[in-house]
Design a protein around this ligand. Structure first.
Ligand code: ZN
Length: 460
């Protein structure tokens, strides 16, 4: 069969391609694993996507990349990467949301999928080599270094595409309505535009976003016209944004001098700001102190953050960590319980609570708790992994392998999932369990084969 054309890139195949790319992306050292950041970004994306005038074929998943370049990129299948540099450059939640909305609009319009298969000879070649690496991954023969290279390549495909002026205008229009529909101040879009134009003109910070999404006076004028014809209303602004931004600033600072200058900026924010931005700046300082293992300073900053009087799951989560690090077991345990009662929708706090249950030796409570969290967040892989570990400790190796298989399915590592299920099958002594596992193994193998055939067509 010849290479597939753009018209054949169905939403299903696009998701398969995206899953395979992300399987490797999650292992990239720059991939941000902090649940405080990832849950925030994904929920922001999903809130915006609900207001897309063009229906999306899959749920949007937004993740952070530890990279100080001001950039964002969309991968096939609804995966959107946001660099920490962009989170730090935004001066309000609406500014950040405007870029996320713009990226979602590219996804909804299927610009990424089409660009990958139609745009040019060079993106064809890139796609072909990308697919080759992904096929090796499906066969379970790719090593980590190769996986990372593939992910970088996939992100580069997007970066190299450079969207057309028409695609940009469409994405602006759809993005604007998402932003407004989700209750964000649409002025954020114009402000972010000016900020991006300004920073690319001065070249004061690496700004790759402007090269793939060409900025123009016309685009800015369009946004400003839309704002003028939008009646004013009260807008939403979460406190979470500030804490996510502070964590991103610390995470992206690599090396001593970068960390020093971030701390300096956070100190300035502490004196110039009030409310959530001030509490978040203290949080950033505490986060940085914790990273350099200065527990006393971390504790000091956390106390100052609390005196500002802003409540935040991020603050509680870091405080629990610091208590554990200081050996304050009872305080850590009490706060973990209180925090979970207070923030029942926060994944970072749920993870802190599981850790606390395990440290207290309360395995019998940890297992049902994890099972409930899996019901609550079926797409969050980490809870399946923790459940597998807990089941192993309770001498339930078959169920542990099944939980681990679910983890691998969610991160797109289907051949590892098959391995786990086969291990479960050979450990099981129960006939009904064995036949259930046989069905699952067969289904997964069929899915792997389908994916392989789909990808083969793109080898070119
Ligand atoms: Zn764009």
């Amino acid at each position: 069969m010849g290479p597939a054309s753009g018209a054949e890139l169905s939403p299903n195949l696009e998701r398969t391609l995206g899953d395979a790319i992300m399987e490797q992306g999650r292992r990239d050292p720059q991939y941000v694993t902090e649940p405080i950041i990832n849950q925030y970004l994904t929920e922001l994306g999903q809130k915006l996507a609900k207001h897309s005038s063009v229906p999306l074929h899959y749920e949007v998943q937004v993740f952070g990349m530890r990279d100080r370049t001001i950039n964002a990129f969309a991968l096939p299948g609804g995966y959107i990467g946001i660099n920490t540099g962009l989170m730090v450059a935004a001066e309000s939640e609406a500014e950040l949301a405007s870029v996320v909305a713009h990226e979602i609009a590219h996804v909804a319009q299927r610009h990424v999928a089409r660009g990958m298969t139609q745009s040019s000879e060079s993106s064809h070649i890139m796609l072909a080599s990308l697919v080759g690496a992904l096929l090796a991954g499906l066969a379970g023969s790719a090593d980590l270094a190769m996986g990372v290279a593939t992910f970088g390549q996939a992100a580069a495909v997007d970066r190299q595409l450079g969207f057309s002026r028409q695609a940009e205008q469409e994405a602006d229009r759809i993005g604007y309505h998402m932003l407004q529909g989700a209750g964000f101040d649409p002025n954020g879009m114009a402000q972010m535009f000016k900020r991006l134009m300004h920073s690319s003109r001065l070249n004061e910070s690496p700004n790759a976003y402007a090269t793939t999404h060409p900025l123009s006076a016309q685009r800015l004028a369009d946004v400003e016209n839309r704002i003028m014809s939008t009646p004013a209303q009260t807008y939403t602004q979460s406190t979470d944004f500030w804490f996510v931004q502070a964590a991103a600033a610390v995470l992206q600072a690599q090396g001593g001098s970068a960390l020093l200058s971030v701390q300096q900026r956070l100190q300035e924010a502490v004196s110039n700001q009030s409310g959530a931005p001030k509490a978040a700046a203290y949080y950033g300082l505490a986060y940085a102190a914790k990273q350099r293992n200065d527990k006393a300073a971390a504790q000091q900053y956390l106390q100052q953050a609390r005196q500002v009087g802003v409540e935040s799951a991020a603050l509680d989560s870091l405080q629990i960590d610091v208590y554990w690090a200081q050996g304050q077991t009872e305080k850590a345990w009490q706060l973990a319980k209180q925090a979970w009662a207070k923030w029942p929708n926060n994944q970072a706090i749920a993870l802190d609570y599981v850790e606390a249950l395990q440290k207290q030796g309360l395995l019998e409570q940890a297992i049902p708790f994890l099972e409930q969290r899996i019901q609550q967040w079926p797409q969050a892989p980490r809870f399946h992994q923790l459940l597998a570990q807990a089941l192993d400790k309770r001498q339930q190796p078959v169920e542990a392998r099944e939980a681990m298989a679910q983890y691998y399915i969610l991160v797109g590592a289907l051949s590892s999932a098959v391995d786990q299920l086969q291990q479960a099958r050979s450990l099981s002594t129960d006939f009904y369990q064995q036949s259930k596992l046989d069905v699952q193994i067969r289904d997964l193998r069929e899915r792997l084969e389908r994916d392989r055939l789909l990808l083969e067509r793109f080898k070119g």
